[in-house]
Design a protein around this ligand. Structure first.
Ligand SMILES: Cc1ncc(COP(=O)(O)O)c(C=O)c1O
Ligand SMILES: N[C@@H](CCCC[NH3+])C(=O)O
Length: 429
């Protein structure tokens, strides 16, 4: 479900005409809907809370999906926690108003400085991914006179995901300590200063739209909780990660059918029944994916004998998912096309000097002309957060809509900002 719909012939985000945003902020521009973010968070949180009302879960929003300050503040105000993966993310989560006791710090390679910052900030939990990191965290926290609560992220050797590049749970992937090592490491950690082991974490991949792989991985983790307890360890928490997928092929109606969330909640309830642990979740894409679009303007047409290129002002530096994962994003014209409009098959491309800067090939769209606006749908997750300045292009602007209001929550970068941080070497100054 999302809040982008046609009204009187134009595409609206909630009650704001996208043409107005294009005129006032320019293009390319990401536009996010507060109502969609709020709804997705609430539906997910309620479903997870219903699994075991006597032990409320933690929902840590995976802010790597979308770290826009307006988005973060919206979620912090709803009571969400944050899943972070760098010092920058911990700092930004704190700045956005997430209390430290609702922040977890995941990630494959955390540095001494990053761990020290997180421990000093008093965050809720560090998700340890290697034995070296356990040693480092123990040393860093002990030096600060702290005891940091932590869990081991375990690699269950069950991976899944919408693309090989976003599968994380197989033994061939770099993520987490190996399943076989978990018991030895847990026992070692129990006697170390500076850390208090609270449980386990798992995250098997992203854009997963069936519950089977989750279930297999979670069942393995539930078994591990049992055997660690049998060995005399305290296991209080089970962080089940994120990875729930969303429909990228969205019908133009408001609702898009039955939700994976209910099936997922039922499955988690089944697998963790009787375990008596505090559950944690780290959804990213599910919360923000359908809550954002990237609006871009047609610059030029480039007809060829065999095809028609549509050159737009957004490029792979603004939205890298099609180039990186062959990801599909629906394209909607901002001005609604007439039912009998001529359809043309376009290769939609950006201005970057790479053939890979292609959003789609042979896509049938109503005929378009220079200056027409189009929207890449379902671009709220891993869109702006993966943007870059490749080709010395300015970082894209971001806008948050709430009802009939909108705010520019990240202005388009300026050329002063883009070029101003460079330094010439002294011998060429
Ligand atoms: C540890 C961890 N948690 C949560 C997420 C969020 O994933 P998603 O956006 O697929 O829910 C990721 C990214 O896949 C991750 O690596
Ligand atoms: N960036 C990926 C998802 C990676 C998830 C991060 N752990 C995407 O756009 O689909």
């Amino acid at each position: 479900m999302h809040h982008f719909a046609y009204r009187d012939g134009a595409l609206f985000a909630e009650d704001v005409d996208l043409r107005r945003i294009a005129a006032e902020v320019g293009t390319p521009v990401y536009v996010y809907s507060s109502a969609t973010i709020e709804r997705h968070y609430r539906v997910f949180e309620e479903a997870m809370r219903a699994i075991n009302p006597s032990r409320p879960p933690h929902v840590f929003y995976a802010m790597k999906a979308n770290g826009n300050l307006g988005v973060l503040k919206t979620l912090a105000a709803l009571g969400a926690g944050a899943d972070t993966v760098s010092e920058g993310e911990v700092r930004k989560a704190l700045a956005a108003g997430f209390p430290p006791e609702k922040i977890v710090f995941s990630g494959v390679g955390k540095s001494e400085q990053e761990l020290a910052f997180a421990v000093e900030a008093g965050i809720y939990q560090v998700n340890i991914e290697t034995e070296g990191e356990l040693d480092l965290l123990s040393r860093v926290a002990a030096k600060l006179g702290r005891r940091q609560e932590a869990v081991f992220r375990v690699n269950p050797d069950i991976g899944a995901g919408g693309h090989a590049k976003i599968t994380t749970g197989s033994a061939a992937n770099k993520f987490g300590v190996s399943f076989e090592e978990a018991s030895r490491l847990y026992a070692r950690a129990a006697n170390m200063p500076g850390v208090r082991m609270m449980g386990l974490a798992v995250h098997i991949g992203s854009q997963i739209r069936e519950t089977e792989a989750f279930e297999a991985a979670y069942a393995k983790m539930a078994g591990l909780v049992g055997s660690l307890r049998d060995e005399g360890h305290r296991v209080e928490r089970l962080d089940l990660g994120g990875g729930l997928g969303i429909p990228y092929e969205i019908p133009k109606s408001f609702d898009h059918g039955p939700s994976l969330i209910q099936d997922y909640a039922a499955m988690v309830g089944r697998v963790t029944k009787g375990l008596d642990v505090e559950l944690g979740f780290e959804p990213g894409r599910l919360i923000v994916g359908n809550a954002g679009i990237l609006m871009t303007k047609v610059l030029h047409l480039n007809p060829r004998p065999s095809k028609q290129f549509l050159v737009v002002d957004a490029a792979m530096n603004d939205l890298v998912r099609p180039a990186m994962y062959e990801a599909y994003h629906e394209i909607w014209p901002v001005t609604e096309a007439a039912a009998d409009a001529k359809q043309v098959a376009y290769d939609v491309v950006g201005p970057i000097c790479e053939s890979g800067d292609t959003f789609t090939t042979g896509r049938e769209l109503p005929e378009l002309r220079p200056d027409d606006l189009i929207a890449f749908m379902t671009a709220g997750a891993y869109g702006a957060s993966m943007s870059s300045t490749y080709n010395q292009r300015l970082l894209v602007a971001e806008v948050l809509v709430k009802g009939a209001e909108y705010a520019v929550t990240r202005p388009r970068q300026t050329f002063e900002e883009l070029l101003g941080t460079d330094r010439a070497p002294p011998w060429l100054a």
